[in-house]
Design a protein around this ligand. Structure first.
Ligand code: FES
Length: 333
């Protein structure tokens, strides 16, 4: 059984089968709706359900609160149509024509960046190039059918190798493999590029970037892209981590600040109380950003990090005047 979905404000119409999510149907038919995790955890695919009914199965998706649902919001990566629908969600022209590929890739370099982050560099077969937008991610396809998502930390013009920042998740089988048994020359399969977290180049608003931990990776790709393209917009990067050691590209960012006057940088440590020599900011990174920018109405904000950081920051940023259309985020465990 299939239903008709009308996407507003474009008026595009598509068919959705009863065994596929609204997002899957859209991507299958070439409509680029916003998305990130595709598992109900990040909230990137949220839009409005204007008319019709959707079903989420027995559990409400994590990123959809009761208040969201009561306000007519829907999470389209998890929503199955029960009737014809009218939905309101911005279509993203820039990713529409980018081809998602499944490819073999070889690990050509592994660099420990600190105690629990590894830089993996992957090389594609000689005849292949991955066309992507700065900030998008790829999935590594595991043999058992599961997949692990990692942001591309390199900008599109630096694509001889794909750069990933892999944080060791205790008990996580893939990241443990990366830290304990993987060696250069290993082969993996990837799918990508994916997601709609990328730099919007049609805006001229000043940019605030906020990273949590390895959420720095896609922002690194965006920053290198900005510098290479000579995009002349002020950028202030906030990077929140537990300790100083977790700021694994701190020196690099400081070197960029010295070279590019458009960039400001504020690292924020949430722990490390015994680090008496740290003279920088302490506390929650989103609170530090809001202290510096209590009025966000004129900015574009890009944030990337763990779900609790995104969940804490999103409503506060909107309450401080940030238009919802100017907030872009990526949320990964
Ligand atoms: Fe739908 Fe993340 S919640 S893409």
């Amino acid at each position: 059984m299939s239903f008709t979905v009308t996407i507003l404000p474009s008026g595009h119409q598509m068919e959705v089968e009863d065994d596929e999510s609204v997002l899957d149907a859209a991507l299958r038919q070439g409509y680029a709706l916003p998305y990130g995790c595709r598992n109900g955890g990040c909230g990137s695919c949220m839009g409005k359900l204007i008319t019709g009914e959707v079903d989420y199965g027995p559990m409400r998706p994590r990123a959809l609160s009761e208040e969201d649902e009561a306000a007519g919001k829907a999470l389209f990566c998890q929503a199955y149509a029960m009737t014809d629908l009218e939905i309101e969600v911005p279509e993203i022209g820039a990713v529409k024509d980018i081809v998602v590929k499944t490819l073999p890739a070889r690990v050509v370099e592994m660099n420990r960046l600190n105690h629990d982050v590894m830089e993996l560099r992957l090389k594609l077969p000689a005849i292949e190039r991955l066309q992507f937008l700065a900030g998008q991610y790829i999935d590594i396809l595991l043999r058992d059918g599961r997949r692990r998502s990692f942001s591309l930390a390199n900008p599109p013009h630096r694509d001889e190798t794909l750069e990933l920042h892999v944080r060791h998740v205790p008990g996580g089988s893939f990241t443990t493999q990366v830290f304990e048994t993987m060696k250069p020359k290993a082969l993996v399969r990837i799918e990508g590029p994916l997601g709609t977290f990328f730099l919007r180049e049609d805006s001229d608003r000043p940019i605030l970037m906020m990273a949590g931990g390895t959420g720095f990776a896609p922002l690194q790709g965006m920053l290198e892209h900005v510098f290479a393209q000579a995009i002349d917009r002020p950028i202030h990067l906030y990077w929140g981590t537990r300790s100083r050691e977790d700021l694994y590209r701190d020196e690099q960012v400081r070197a960029w600040c010295a070279e590019h006057t458009q960039l400001r940088y504020t690292p924020v440590l949430s722990e490390a109380l015994d680090d008496t020599t740290w003279e920088g900011e302490r506390g929650w990174v989103h609170e530090t950003l809001l202290r510096d920018y209590p009025d966000l109405s004129a900015h574009d904000v890009y944030m990337s990090g763990p779900p609790p950081m995104i969940a804490a920051a999103r409503p506060l940023f909107l309450a401080h005047g940030l238009p919802e259309t100017q907030l872009f985020f990526d949320s990964f465990e």
